[in-house]
Design a binder for this molecule. Sequence first.
Ligand code: MSP
Length: 564
Amino acid sequence: MPPYYITTPIYYVNDQPHIGHIYTTTVADIIARYHRMTGDDTFFLTGTDEHAAKVVDAAAERGLTAQEWADENAAAFETTFAKLDMSHDDFIRTSQDRHKRKVEQYVRMLIDSGDVYLGEYEGWYDAGEEEYVPEKRAAEHEYKSPISGRALVRRSEKNYFFRLSAYRNELLTLLEQGGEVDGCTFKVEPQARRNEIIARIKEAEDVPISRKGRTDWGIAVPGDPDHTIYVWIDALFNYLTTVDTDERRHYWQGGAVHLIAKDILWFHAAIWPAVLLALRKCAGYEWVNLPRVVYAHSFWISEGQKMSKSLGNFIDLEKIDHYVETFGLDALRYFLAVRGPMGTTDSDFSEHAFIETYNSDLANTFGNCVSRVTKMIGKYFDGVLPRAVDLPWPVVKYKTYEIDVPDEIIASGQAEHTSEGVMELNLQRLTSDLRETSSERLLHLQLSDAQESAMSIVREVDGYIDKTQPFKLVKDETKLPEVGTILYNCIEALRIASVLLWPFIPNACEAFWQRMGLDYAAQMRANDEHDNKFSEWTRWGQFKPGTPIEKGASLFPRYQPPKT
Ligand code: MSP
């Protein structure tokens, strides 16, 4: 049971949760669920980033203390994630003592080792983002904020600096050559983001990690309370502070998977790994490893336009509630996973695309196929799962592929040569191939491809029914064993598809399992030993003939938009 540690960014507590936050957290949730099912000792972390100066101002405007305001808004994130059934193992808040104490300790260690030093900094400051913009980038953006477009201000101050330049070469070697350097592997994905960060690291200078000024909100530089640790450094440390305990440290050593969007690539793919390399050199922290992957996805836009406060077009909680109430939570998760911006292009969140995906995949494919098969079992076998028997080829085979099939598959009877010299495969073989592809893709965070392979099993079941036509065969009583075999094959393929689809649409899959008399949900909850349930459940032939099969209401009723 190897450890698997996956994180989301910790979200600014000044904002209300919106589709962007929910997206990254859903993706992490899907991946965490998959890993738990495969038996990995999984830890999934999300939380809130609270020490921004903006929090103090926003709180003051409302006559609250910063802590009160942060409590209120962090609760909004926690409630939202609970409502959306996120399976995170912890929710870290940077205003918590457990976090603050560790950050102080890390910064002290870095001051002692010389990687953090006091210096003078002059540069272009982006007040909205609370960060300095390097000269070249500032010039490229005509000295306006690359994020908000507001004018940058020239500022100089005494700051504590992190010696990023000392780690430039090591980082470049890791990123350009891959593989292991000094026990650390480290990847930035997708490829285009890796190239982007390599170019930026080449010009990396030391970075300020504190701002001058005493504050009650934030963490003071140890030994120098006139400086406050810059909110970005404070926030990045959350990934480590949460698991830097005797019970959890092993999660870090397995190499974290940091899921982020492209907006915060620099901090995660350059500064953070360099800070970790620096920490590794400190006594007692030699175990600190680099993340195994920093994965930066792209952005959701809304109905064709960038989401912005001024346009008021955020897919906010109210809209999200509407989608969940109308289509169900699984439909939202599914849409995010299938149409989401995991690659390097942005995705459009549009009602039209949502309905189209829902109807074509969930209602017409998964929901419909489950109804179709269970209905036939109900009608022809009184709702009791029939037995599969050895049958001649015309019933078992159904699909023609012009590919090379290995000899052992032909020998096992799962495929044969046809008169045209091509091969024919049966449903069992197709299902097991698609299962392999799907899980391989999920391991590489290719969500929509993984789901596509899983959903292909369902499409194959539909194709198999169309080809073998059990509804016609059943008219001849002597053909009943063949009909039983066909339906057994269908339900078995659907069972395997449901295991693959569970991380995406857990509620529908659990409802399906319940109707099939399968106690997978309970087994998963009780899996303290971290058994690989996934490989156990995706093996063909587990359904017991004689099992009562309940038909039940449609898992995903087709959606008809109201007529206007
Ligand atoms: N607090 C920092 C992160 C610190 S992590 C050590 C921050 N917070 S944020 O609230 O602005 O969240 C940014 C993250 O939210 C993005 O990296 C992404 O994960 C998610 N998204 C915010 N808007 C998004 C979209 N429009 N589309 C997709 N995801 C987006 O930055």
